[in-house]
Design a protein. Structure first.
Length: 494
Protein backbone atom coordinates (compact mmCIF):
# COMPACT_ATOMS: atom_id res chain seq x y z
CA UNK A 1 0.00 0.00 0.00
CA UNK A 2 2.78 2.43 0.92
CA UNK A 3 4.68 1.55 -2.25
CA UNK A 4 1.54 2.31 -4.20
CA UNK A 5 1.28 5.74 -2.60
CA UNK A 6 4.79 6.55 -3.75
CA UNK A 7 4.10 5.27 -7.27
CA UNK A 8 1.35 7.87 -7.82
CA UNK A 9 -0.40 5.57 -10.28
CA UNK A 10 -3.96 4.32 -10.69
CA UNK A 11 -6.01 4.48 -7.49
CA UNK A 12 -3.01 5.80 -5.54
CA UNK A 13 -2.83 8.88 -7.76
CA UNK A 14 -6.47 9.58 -6.88
CA UNK A 15 -5.80 8.95 -3.19
CA UNK A 16 -2.83 11.34 -3.16
CA UNK A 17 -4.74 14.08 -4.93
CA UNK A 18 -7.72 13.54 -2.63
CA UNK A 19 -5.89 13.69 0.67
CA UNK A 20 -3.98 16.79 -0.40
CA UNK A 21 -7.24 18.49 -1.41
CA UNK A 22 -8.66 17.63 2.00
CA UNK A 23 -5.40 18.80 3.62
CA UNK A 24 -5.81 22.25 2.05
CA UNK A 25 -9.43 22.55 3.18
CA UNK A 26 -8.26 21.91 6.73
CA UNK A 27 -5.47 24.47 6.44
CA UNK A 28 -7.96 27.20 5.50
CA UNK A 29 -10.60 25.93 7.93
CA UNK A 30 -8.18 26.15 10.87
CA UNK A 31 -6.10 29.15 9.78
CA UNK A 32 -7.66 31.23 12.58
CA UNK A 33 -6.76 28.91 15.49
CA UNK A 34 -3.04 29.84 15.77
CA UNK A 35 -3.89 33.56 15.59
CA UNK A 36 -6.91 33.70 17.92
CA UNK A 37 -5.18 35.75 20.62
CA UNK A 38 -3.33 37.87 18.01
CA UNK A 39 -6.56 38.76 16.19
CA UNK A 40 -8.20 39.42 19.54
CA UNK A 41 -5.53 41.96 20.49
CA UNK A 42 -5.24 43.57 17.05
CA UNK A 43 -8.98 44.19 16.67
CA UNK A 44 -9.79 44.79 20.33
CA UNK A 45 -12.05 41.76 20.80
CA UNK A 46 -13.15 40.31 24.11
CA UNK A 47 -12.26 36.75 25.10
CA UNK A 48 -15.86 35.71 24.47
CA UNK A 49 -15.87 37.26 20.99
CA UNK A 50 -12.63 35.51 20.06
CA UNK A 51 -14.12 32.15 21.08
CA UNK A 52 -17.37 32.85 19.25
CA UNK A 53 -15.40 33.26 16.01
CA UNK A 54 -14.10 29.69 16.48
CA UNK A 55 -17.67 28.55 17.07
CA UNK A 56 -18.90 30.27 13.89
CA UNK A 57 -16.21 28.40 11.99
CA UNK A 58 -18.22 25.22 12.64
CA UNK A 59 -21.78 26.42 12.07
CA UNK A 60 -22.49 25.96 8.37
CA UNK A 61 -20.42 22.79 8.22
CA UNK A 62 -23.42 20.91 9.61
CA UNK A 63 -25.92 21.61 6.81
CA UNK A 64 -23.12 21.85 4.24
CA UNK A 65 -22.00 18.25 4.86
CA UNK A 66 -25.53 16.98 4.23
CA UNK A 67 -26.08 19.16 1.16
CA UNK A 68 -22.66 18.40 -0.30
CA UNK A 69 -23.27 14.71 0.34
CA UNK A 70 -26.36 14.96 -1.86
CA UNK A 71 -24.54 16.98 -4.54
CA UNK A 72 -21.72 14.46 -4.43
CA UNK A 73 -24.01 11.51 -5.07
CA UNK A 74 -25.58 13.40 -7.96
CA UNK A 75 -22.67 15.19 -9.68
CA UNK A 76 -19.66 13.13 -8.59
CA UNK A 77 -16.53 13.93 -6.53
CA UNK A 78 -14.51 15.65 -9.28
CA UNK A 79 -16.87 18.58 -9.84
CA UNK A 80 -17.98 18.82 -6.21
CA UNK A 81 -14.51 18.89 -4.64
CA UNK A 82 -12.88 21.20 -7.19
CA UNK A 83 -15.75 23.70 -6.83
CA UNK A 84 -15.41 23.68 -3.05
CA UNK A 85 -11.64 24.26 -3.24
CA UNK A 86 -12.08 27.31 -5.47
CA UNK A 87 -14.87 28.62 -3.24
CA UNK A 88 -12.55 28.45 -0.20
CA UNK A 89 -10.59 31.47 -1.43
CA UNK A 90 -13.54 33.84 -0.97
CA UNK A 91 -14.23 33.49 2.79
CA UNK A 92 -10.48 33.17 3.42
CA UNK A 93 -9.71 36.52 1.79
CA UNK A 94 -12.76 38.09 3.44
CA UNK A 95 -11.42 37.04 6.84
CA UNK A 96 -7.89 38.23 6.03
CA UNK A 97 -9.18 41.72 5.23
CA UNK A 98 -11.82 41.91 8.03
CA UNK A 99 -11.72 45.04 10.19
CA UNK A 100 -14.26 44.30 12.94
CA UNK A 101 -16.03 41.56 14.84
CA UNK A 102 -19.07 41.43 12.54
CA UNK A 103 -16.92 40.96 9.44
CA UNK A 104 -14.92 38.24 11.19
CA UNK A 105 -18.10 36.39 12.16
CA UNK A 106 -19.63 36.55 8.67
CA UNK A 107 -16.45 35.34 6.98
CA UNK A 108 -16.03 32.44 9.43
CA UNK A 109 -19.67 31.43 8.96
CA UNK A 110 -19.02 31.26 5.22
CA UNK A 111 -15.79 29.36 5.91
CA UNK A 112 -17.74 26.59 7.64
CA UNK A 113 -18.88 25.32 4.25
CA UNK A 114 -15.28 24.44 3.40
CA UNK A 115 -15.24 22.01 6.32
CA UNK A 116 -17.68 19.84 4.39
CA UNK A 117 -15.04 18.82 1.86
CA UNK A 118 -14.21 15.71 3.84
CA UNK A 119 -17.27 13.76 2.68
CA UNK A 120 -16.31 14.16 -0.99
CA UNK A 121 -13.10 12.22 -0.66
CA UNK A 122 -14.79 9.47 1.34
CA UNK A 123 -16.93 8.63 -1.69
CA UNK A 124 -14.08 9.10 -4.17
CA UNK A 125 -11.69 6.80 -2.28
CA UNK A 126 -14.46 4.21 -1.86
CA UNK A 127 -14.90 4.15 -5.65
CA UNK A 128 -11.22 3.39 -6.28
CA UNK A 129 -10.37 0.86 -3.53
CA UNK A 130 -11.82 -2.61 -2.72
CA UNK A 131 -13.42 -3.31 0.70
CA UNK A 132 -10.39 -5.23 1.99
CA UNK A 133 -8.23 -2.09 1.71
CA UNK A 134 -10.87 0.56 2.33
CA UNK A 135 -10.08 1.17 6.01
CA UNK A 136 -6.41 1.97 5.38
CA UNK A 137 -7.17 4.00 2.25
CA UNK A 138 -9.80 6.04 4.10
CA UNK A 139 -7.38 6.39 7.00
CA UNK A 140 -4.69 7.80 4.71
CA UNK A 141 -7.21 10.18 3.18
CA UNK A 142 -8.66 11.32 6.50
CA UNK A 143 -5.44 11.30 8.53
CA UNK A 144 -3.14 12.97 6.04
CA UNK A 145 -5.91 15.41 5.13
CA UNK A 146 -6.57 16.23 8.78
CA UNK A 147 -2.86 16.94 9.03
CA UNK A 148 -3.80 20.31 7.54
CA UNK A 149 -4.81 21.46 11.02
CA UNK A 150 -1.24 20.70 12.16
CA UNK A 151 0.17 22.64 9.21
CA UNK A 152 -2.02 25.61 10.08
CA UNK A 153 -0.93 25.68 13.72
CA UNK A 154 2.75 24.90 13.09
CA UNK A 155 3.54 26.75 9.84
CA UNK A 156 1.26 29.79 9.70
CA UNK A 157 2.72 31.52 12.79
CA UNK A 158 6.18 31.16 11.21
CA UNK A 159 4.95 32.65 7.92
CA UNK A 160 3.27 35.49 9.78
CA UNK A 161 6.43 36.22 11.78
CA UNK A 162 8.68 35.92 8.72
CA UNK A 163 6.64 38.48 6.80
CA UNK A 164 6.30 40.92 9.72
CA UNK A 165 8.47 43.44 7.83
CA UNK A 166 5.51 43.92 5.48
CA UNK A 167 3.26 45.06 8.33
CA UNK A 168 5.48 47.48 10.26
CA UNK A 169 7.01 44.75 12.38
CA UNK A 170 3.71 43.27 13.59
CA UNK A 171 2.79 39.60 13.17
CA UNK A 172 1.46 39.46 9.61
CA UNK A 173 -1.46 37.12 10.25
CA UNK A 174 -3.49 38.64 7.42
CA UNK A 175 -1.00 37.67 4.70
CA UNK A 176 -0.47 34.19 6.15
CA UNK A 177 -4.23 33.52 6.11
CA UNK A 178 -4.75 35.03 2.64
CA UNK A 179 -2.06 32.80 1.14
CA UNK A 180 -3.89 29.67 2.30
CA UNK A 181 -7.00 30.66 0.36
CA UNK A 182 -5.10 31.44 -2.83
CA UNK A 183 -3.19 28.13 -2.71
CA UNK A 184 -6.42 26.17 -2.17
CA UNK A 185 -8.17 27.76 -5.15
CA UNK A 186 -5.20 27.04 -7.43
CA UNK A 187 -5.20 23.40 -6.39
CA UNK A 188 -8.94 23.26 -7.08
CA UNK A 189 -8.15 23.78 -10.77
CA UNK A 190 -5.38 21.15 -10.64
CA UNK A 191 -7.74 18.69 -8.98
CA UNK A 192 -10.40 19.16 -11.65
CA UNK A 193 -7.90 18.50 -14.44
CA UNK A 194 -6.42 15.34 -12.94
CA UNK A 195 -9.18 13.36 -11.21
CA UNK A 196 -11.83 10.92 -12.47
CA UNK A 197 -14.89 9.88 -10.45
CA UNK A 198 -14.37 6.14 -11.02
CA UNK A 199 -11.80 3.76 -12.52
CA UNK A 200 -12.15 3.07 -16.27
CA UNK A 201 -15.07 0.79 -17.02
CA UNK A 202 -16.77 1.31 -13.66
CA UNK A 203 -20.13 3.10 -13.52
CA UNK A 204 -20.62 5.79 -10.87
CA UNK A 205 -23.62 4.59 -8.88
CA UNK A 206 -26.17 7.26 -8.05
CA UNK A 207 -29.24 7.00 -5.80
CA UNK A 208 -32.53 6.50 -7.62
CA UNK A 209 -33.84 9.73 -6.11
CA UNK A 210 -32.13 12.87 -4.89
CA UNK A 211 -32.99 15.32 -2.13
CA UNK A 212 -32.73 13.05 0.94
CA UNK A 213 -31.13 9.83 2.09
CA UNK A 214 -32.67 6.60 0.91
CA UNK A 215 -33.56 4.12 3.66
CA UNK A 216 -34.49 0.46 3.30
CA UNK A 217 -37.26 0.10 5.90
CA UNK A 218 -40.09 2.12 7.46
CA UNK A 219 -38.45 1.95 10.90
CA UNK A 220 -35.26 3.41 9.47
CA UNK A 221 -37.22 6.33 8.01
CA UNK A 222 -38.62 7.33 11.40
CA UNK A 223 -35.25 6.80 13.06
CA UNK A 224 -33.61 9.01 10.42
CA UNK A 225 -36.18 11.75 11.06
CA UNK A 226 -35.34 11.72 14.78
CA UNK A 227 -31.58 11.51 14.19
CA UNK A 228 -31.70 14.66 12.05
CA UNK A 229 -33.11 16.80 14.89
CA UNK A 230 -29.70 17.37 16.60
CA UNK A 231 -28.30 18.71 13.31
CA UNK A 232 -30.75 21.60 13.38
CA UNK A 233 -30.54 21.85 17.18
CA UNK A 234 -26.80 22.53 16.94
CA UNK A 235 -27.47 25.38 14.51
CA UNK A 236 -30.08 26.78 16.89
CA UNK A 237 -27.47 26.59 19.67
CA UNK A 238 -25.00 28.66 17.63
CA UNK A 239 -27.68 31.27 16.91
CA UNK A 240 -28.46 31.47 20.63
CA UNK A 241 -24.76 31.95 21.42
CA UNK A 242 -24.50 34.76 18.85
CA UNK A 243 -27.49 36.45 20.45
CA UNK A 244 -25.82 36.21 23.85
CA UNK A 245 -22.79 37.94 22.32
CA UNK A 246 -25.06 40.74 21.03
CA UNK A 247 -24.31 39.89 17.42
CA UNK A 248 -28.02 39.16 16.89
CA UNK A 249 -31.12 40.66 18.49
CA UNK A 250 -33.63 38.43 20.26
CA UNK A 251 -36.19 38.93 17.48
CA UNK A 252 -33.68 37.90 14.82
CA UNK A 253 -32.78 34.83 16.89
CA UNK A 254 -36.44 33.79 17.13
CA UNK A 255 -36.89 34.36 13.39
CA UNK A 256 -33.89 32.13 12.62
CA UNK A 257 -35.20 29.46 14.98
CA UNK A 258 -38.52 29.48 13.14
CA UNK A 259 -36.63 29.22 9.83
CA UNK A 260 -34.60 26.28 11.12
CA UNK A 261 -37.79 24.53 12.20
CA UNK A 262 -39.25 25.13 8.73
CA UNK A 263 -36.08 23.77 7.12
CA UNK A 264 -36.26 20.65 9.24
CA UNK A 265 -39.87 20.08 8.21
CA UNK A 266 -38.97 20.64 4.53
CA UNK A 267 -36.09 18.20 4.86
CA UNK A 268 -38.38 15.67 6.56
CA UNK A 269 -40.91 16.03 3.74
CA UNK A 270 -38.19 15.51 1.12
CA UNK A 271 -37.14 12.38 2.96
CA UNK A 272 -40.77 11.23 2.89
CA UNK A 273 -40.98 11.84 -0.86
CA UNK A 274 -37.80 9.86 -1.51
CA UNK A 275 -38.82 6.98 0.76
CA UNK A 276 -42.63 7.06 0.41
CA UNK A 277 -42.87 3.63 -1.21
CA UNK A 278 -40.73 2.02 1.48
CA UNK A 279 -42.63 3.67 4.35
CA UNK A 280 -46.04 2.74 2.95
CA UNK A 281 -44.97 -0.84 2.27
CA UNK A 282 -45.20 -0.65 -1.53
CA UNK A 283 -41.48 -1.30 -1.94
CA UNK A 284 -39.38 -3.95 -0.23
CA UNK A 285 -35.60 -4.27 -0.39
CA UNK A 286 -34.13 -7.78 -0.50
CA UNK A 287 -32.12 -8.62 2.64
CA UNK A 288 -28.74 -8.18 0.91
CA UNK A 289 -29.60 -4.56 -0.02
CA UNK A 290 -30.88 -3.45 3.39
CA UNK A 291 -29.03 -1.46 5.99
CA UNK A 292 -30.00 -0.37 9.50
CA UNK A 293 -30.10 3.33 10.29
CA UNK A 294 -29.18 2.47 13.89
CA UNK A 295 -25.72 1.53 12.64
CA UNK A 296 -25.39 4.92 10.97
CA UNK A 297 -26.51 6.61 14.19
CA UNK A 298 -23.87 4.85 16.30
CA UNK A 299 -21.23 5.90 13.78
CA UNK A 300 -22.56 9.46 13.99
CA UNK A 301 -22.12 9.45 17.77
CA UNK A 302 -18.67 7.88 17.44
CA UNK A 303 -17.64 10.63 15.05
CA UNK A 304 -19.12 13.30 17.32
CA UNK A 305 -16.91 12.24 20.24
CA UNK A 306 -13.80 11.64 18.10
CA UNK A 307 -13.67 14.11 15.22
CA UNK A 308 -16.08 16.48 17.00
CA UNK A 309 -13.79 16.68 20.00
CA UNK A 310 -10.82 17.09 17.66
CA UNK A 311 -12.30 20.26 16.17
CA UNK A 312 -13.00 21.72 19.59
CA UNK A 313 -9.61 20.78 21.06
CA UNK A 314 -7.59 21.99 18.05
CA UNK A 315 -9.29 25.37 18.40
CA UNK A 316 -8.72 25.72 22.16
CA UNK A 317 -5.39 23.96 22.70
CA UNK A 318 -3.09 26.89 21.74
CA UNK A 319 -4.96 29.10 24.22
CA UNK A 320 -4.85 26.30 26.80
CA UNK A 321 -1.06 26.05 26.57
CA UNK A 322 -0.64 29.83 26.57
CA UNK A 323 -2.55 30.39 29.80
CA UNK A 324 -1.84 27.16 31.67
CA UNK A 325 1.95 27.39 31.25
CA UNK A 326 2.32 31.14 30.58
CA UNK A 327 3.70 30.76 27.05
CA UNK A 328 3.56 33.17 24.11
CA UNK A 329 1.62 32.19 20.99
CA UNK A 330 4.78 31.56 18.93
CA UNK A 331 5.65 28.68 21.30
CA UNK A 332 2.14 27.60 22.29
CA UNK A 333 1.07 27.13 18.65
CA UNK A 334 3.71 24.53 17.73
CA UNK A 335 3.19 22.79 21.09
CA UNK A 336 -0.54 22.56 20.46
CA UNK A 337 0.24 21.27 16.97
CA UNK A 338 1.53 18.03 18.51
CA UNK A 339 -2.14 17.07 18.89
CA UNK A 340 -3.11 17.23 15.18
CA UNK A 341 0.39 15.95 14.31
CA UNK A 342 -0.80 12.47 15.29
CA UNK A 343 -3.20 12.52 12.34
CA UNK A 344 -0.29 11.56 10.13
CA UNK A 345 -0.09 8.05 11.58
CA UNK A 346 -3.03 7.38 13.89
CA UNK A 347 -5.98 7.73 11.52
CA UNK A 348 -4.37 5.48 8.86
CA UNK A 349 -3.49 3.09 11.70
CA UNK A 350 -7.13 3.02 12.80
CA UNK A 351 -8.23 2.17 9.27
CA UNK A 352 -5.45 -0.40 8.79
CA UNK A 353 -6.28 -2.16 12.06
CA UNK A 354 -9.92 -2.13 11.01
CA UNK A 355 -8.92 -3.88 7.75
CA UNK A 356 -6.57 -6.45 9.28
CA UNK A 357 -7.82 -7.33 12.75
CA UNK A 358 -10.95 -9.06 11.50
CA UNK A 359 -13.48 -6.94 13.39
CA UNK A 360 -14.28 -3.37 12.43
CA UNK A 361 -16.75 -3.12 15.31
CA UNK A 362 -14.21 -3.93 18.01
CA UNK A 363 -11.55 -1.75 16.43
CA UNK A 364 -13.91 1.21 16.74
CA UNK A 365 -15.05 0.21 20.24
CA UNK A 366 -11.52 -0.03 21.64
CA UNK A 367 -10.32 3.20 20.04
CA UNK A 368 -13.40 5.10 21.31
CA UNK A 369 -12.63 3.74 24.78
CA UNK A 370 -9.09 5.09 24.38
CA UNK A 371 -10.54 8.50 23.52
CA UNK A 372 -12.46 8.54 26.79
CA UNK A 373 -9.48 7.47 28.87
CA UNK A 374 -7.16 9.93 27.11
CA UNK A 375 -9.34 12.96 27.78
CA UNK A 376 -9.92 11.95 31.39
CA UNK A 377 -6.13 11.86 31.89
CA UNK A 378 -5.80 15.28 30.19
CA UNK A 379 -8.37 16.62 32.65
CA UNK A 380 -5.73 16.18 35.36
CA UNK A 381 -3.14 18.46 33.70
CA UNK A 382 -2.01 21.43 35.80
CA UNK A 383 0.80 23.98 35.60
CA UNK A 384 2.93 21.72 37.82
CA UNK A 385 3.23 19.07 35.10
CA UNK A 386 6.43 18.86 33.07
CA UNK A 387 5.80 20.09 29.53
CA UNK A 388 7.41 16.97 28.06
CA UNK A 389 4.90 14.77 29.91
CA UNK A 390 2.01 17.02 28.84
CA UNK A 391 3.03 16.68 25.19
CA UNK A 392 3.30 12.88 25.47
CA UNK A 393 -0.15 12.64 27.09
CA UNK A 394 -1.60 14.97 24.46
CA UNK A 395 -0.17 12.90 21.62
CA UNK A 396 -1.37 9.59 23.11
CA UNK A 397 -4.87 11.00 23.51
CA UNK A 398 -4.75 12.32 19.96
CA UNK A 399 -3.70 8.90 18.68
CA UNK A 400 -6.94 7.34 19.91
CA UNK A 401 -9.05 10.31 18.78
CA UNK A 402 -7.83 10.09 15.19
CA UNK A 403 -7.68 6.29 15.12
CA UNK A 404 -11.35 6.23 16.20
CA UNK A 405 -12.25 8.65 13.42
CA UNK A 406 -10.43 6.41 10.93
CA UNK A 407 -12.14 3.29 12.27
CA UNK A 408 -15.53 5.06 11.97
CA UNK A 409 -15.12 5.53 8.24
CA UNK A 410 -13.62 2.07 7.92
CA UNK A 411 -17.24 1.03 8.50
CA UNK A 412 -19.18 3.95 7.00
CA UNK A 413 -18.20 3.41 3.37
CA UNK A 414 -19.30 -0.26 3.53
CA UNK A 415 -22.90 0.30 4.63
CA UNK A 416 -24.55 1.03 1.25
CA UNK A 417 -22.49 2.12 -1.78
CA UNK A 418 -25.22 4.04 -3.64
CA UNK A 419 -25.74 6.50 -0.77
CA UNK A 420 -22.19 6.58 0.60
CA UNK A 421 -22.01 10.34 0.05
CA UNK A 422 -25.14 10.99 2.08
CA UNK A 423 -24.19 8.54 4.82
CA UNK A 424 -20.74 10.13 5.04
CA UNK A 425 -22.39 13.57 5.01
CA UNK A 426 -24.64 12.71 7.94
CA UNK A 427 -21.82 11.13 9.94
CA UNK A 428 -19.57 14.08 9.16
CA UNK A 429 -22.34 16.50 10.17
CA UNK A 430 -22.54 14.80 13.56
CA UNK A 431 -18.83 15.44 13.95
CA UNK A 432 -19.66 19.11 13.60
CA UNK A 433 -22.60 18.75 16.01
CA UNK A 434 -20.22 17.39 18.61
CA UNK A 435 -17.73 20.18 18.01
CA UNK A 436 -20.47 22.85 18.25
CA UNK A 437 -21.67 21.48 21.58
CA UNK A 438 -18.13 21.26 22.93
CA UNK A 439 -17.09 24.67 21.58
CA UNK A 440 -20.24 26.32 22.94
CA UNK A 441 -19.54 24.86 26.36
CA UNK A 442 -15.94 26.07 26.19
CA UNK A 443 -16.98 29.58 25.12
CA UNK A 444 -18.69 30.04 28.50
CA UNK A 445 -15.82 28.75 30.60
CA UNK A 446 -13.41 31.13 32.35
CA UNK A 447 -9.70 30.98 31.65
CA UNK A 448 -8.81 28.83 34.66
CA UNK A 449 -7.10 25.49 35.10
CA UNK A 450 -10.21 24.13 36.85
CA UNK A 451 -12.40 25.09 33.87
CA UNK A 452 -10.09 23.32 31.43
CA UNK A 453 -10.11 20.22 33.62
CA UNK A 454 -13.91 20.21 33.59
CA UNK A 455 -13.91 20.59 29.80
CA UNK A 456 -11.70 17.56 29.26
CA UNK A 457 -13.80 15.59 31.77
CA UNK A 458 -16.88 16.25 29.64
CA UNK A 459 -15.05 15.05 26.51
CA UNK A 460 -13.86 11.89 28.24
CA UNK A 461 -17.22 11.02 29.79
CA UNK A 462 -19.06 11.42 26.48
CA UNK A 463 -16.59 9.07 24.76
CA UNK A 464 -16.99 6.43 27.47
CA UNK A 465 -20.78 6.48 27.00
CA UNK A 466 -20.44 6.02 23.23
CA UNK A 467 -17.96 3.20 23.80
CA UNK A 468 -20.64 1.26 25.69
CA UNK A 469 -23.15 1.94 22.90
CA UNK A 470 -20.66 0.47 20.41
CA UNK A 471 -20.35 -2.65 22.58
CA UNK A 472 -24.07 -3.33 22.82
CA UNK A 473 -25.61 -1.88 19.62
CA UNK A 474 -23.04 -1.63 16.81
CA UNK A 475 -22.92 -4.60 14.42
CA UNK A 476 -20.13 -5.83 12.20
CA UNK A 477 -20.72 -4.56 8.62
CA UNK A 478 -21.54 -7.13 5.98
CA UNK A 479 -19.29 -6.91 2.93
CA UNK A 480 -20.33 -8.41 -0.39
CA UNK A 481 -17.02 -9.24 -2.01
CA UNK A 482 -18.43 -10.77 -5.20
CA UNK A 483 -19.46 -7.41 -6.58
CA UNK A 484 -15.99 -6.03 -6.10
CA UNK A 485 -14.43 -9.10 -7.69
CA UNK A 486 -16.60 -8.52 -10.74
CA UNK A 487 -15.47 -4.90 -10.84
CA UNK A 488 -11.84 -5.99 -10.63
CA UNK A 489 -12.37 -8.38 -13.51
CA UNK A 490 -13.84 -5.53 -15.51
CA UNK A 491 -10.78 -3.38 -14.77
CA UNK A 492 -8.47 -6.15 -15.86
CA UNK A 493 -10.40 -6.43 -19.11
CA UNK A 494 -9.75 -2.76 -19.76
Amino acid sequence: MLQGLLSFRGPFRILNLSWFAFFLTFVVWFNYAPFSTTVQHDLGLTVGQARIISLCNLAFTIPARIIIGMLLDRFGPRITFSSLLVYAAFPTLAFAFAQNFNQLVLSRLAMGIVGAGFVVGIRLVAEWFPPKDIGFAQGIYGGWGNFGSFAAEAALPAIAAGTAFLSVGHTNWRLAIALTGIATAVFGVIFYCNVQDTPPGKVYQRPARNGAMEVTSAKSFWALSIANIPLFGALALIVWRLQKANFLTANVMYAIWISLTALYLIQAYKAWEVNREVVTGHKHYPPQERYQISQVFILELAYAVSFGSELAVVSMLPEFFEHTFNLNHAIAGPMAATYPLMNLVSRPAGGLISDKIGSRKWTLTVTIGGVGLGYLIMSQITASWYLAIVIVVTMLCAFFVFAAAGATFGIASLIKREVTGQIAGNIGAYGSVGSVIYATLYSFLPRTVAANRSFFEVLGTAAVVVCFLCVFILKEPKVIESKDLAEKAMLVGH
